[in-house]
Design a protein around this ligand. Structure first.
Ligand SMILES: [Zn+2]
Length: 251
């Protein structure tokens, strides 16, 4: 039930017919896992905490570095050398101490992911390497957890929603074979534009809110070219040969 201060804090979003008091109560009961608290995870956490999500599990094994500050908007120079997940959790405490936060400072791997996804209503992949991205995708498909995956490099961004509970929803492995693409360029090698990764993270938060409110979310794959300011949307068909999701519902 919403308190007086909740009506004051969330008043502008309560006005939306698709949101309202019932939507706000729903969001307060939701538990979200954010894997990666870098350039994607920072705006994801800021907007989802701002929206009134009830609890987060923040997963990141990295420490803040000076080279993160141009785009990882939660951190200041005083955070350099500190755990990103712990610094991000402290930000949540300052923003809204009513939000529950759990911190995990070990890497998300195929073996730790089942535990990390326990109790989650939705998962946000805000990581920066393909191996972890495939592991998160496989764990979400297996556990039946909705996944909003974001990626950015250079001037390019990408968004993908995976809804394993929907029989026709494609997954990340339908798009990219986990066995063939284990290496990819990193932001440290190829560079990254702050507002591009910030745009992708902000839209991950928007997609997450839509899914958590039970609204229709734009399915498929979305790509953003920040250099030429162009969006592309691709219909993504579930692959009958996908090693991850083709037989997931039959297990
Ligand atoms: Zn698949």
């Amino acid at each position: 039930m919403l308190l007086d201060q909740d009506f004051l804090r969330y008043g502008r979003q309560l006005l939306l017919p698709q949101w309202g008091e019932s939507g706000q109560n729903l969001l307060a009961q939701k538990r979200v896992v954010i894997i990666g608290l870098g350039g994607l995870g920072c705006p994801v956490l800021q907007y989802l905490a701002g929206a009134g999500i009830g609890g987060f599990r923040l997963v990141d094994a990295d420490a803040v570095s000076l080279s993160n500050l141009p785009r990882q908007t939660l951190y200041t120079p005083a955070d350099v050398g500190r755990s990103k997940a712990e610094a991000a959790a402290e930000w949540v405490g300052r923003h809204n101490p009513a939000i529950k936060v759990e911190v995990e400072t070990r890497m998300a791997t195929a073996s730790t992911l089942p535990r990390l996804l326990t109790g989650a209503d939705l998962v946000l992949d805000c990581t920066d390497n393909l191996t972890t991205r495939h592991a998160i995708n496989a764990a979400c498909v297996k556990a039946g957890k909705p996944l909003v995956s974001g990626a950015a490099i250079g001037w390019q961004g990408q968004l993908l929603v995976v809804q394993p509970q929907s029989a026709d929803s494609a997954c990340f492995a339908c798009l990219s074979d986990p066995d063939e693409h284990t290496q990819s360029a990193s932001c440290a090698e190829a560079g990254i534009v702050g507002p591009v990764v910030g745009t992708v993270g902000t839209l991950q938060a928007l997609l997450a809110i839509q899914l958590l409110l039970g609204l229709d979310s734009p399915a498929g794959l979305h790509r953003f070219d920040g250099l030429h300011f162009q969006w592309q949307r691709f219909a993504l068909a579930k692959s009958p040969e996908c090693p991850v999701c083709a037989n997931a519902l039959c297990e």
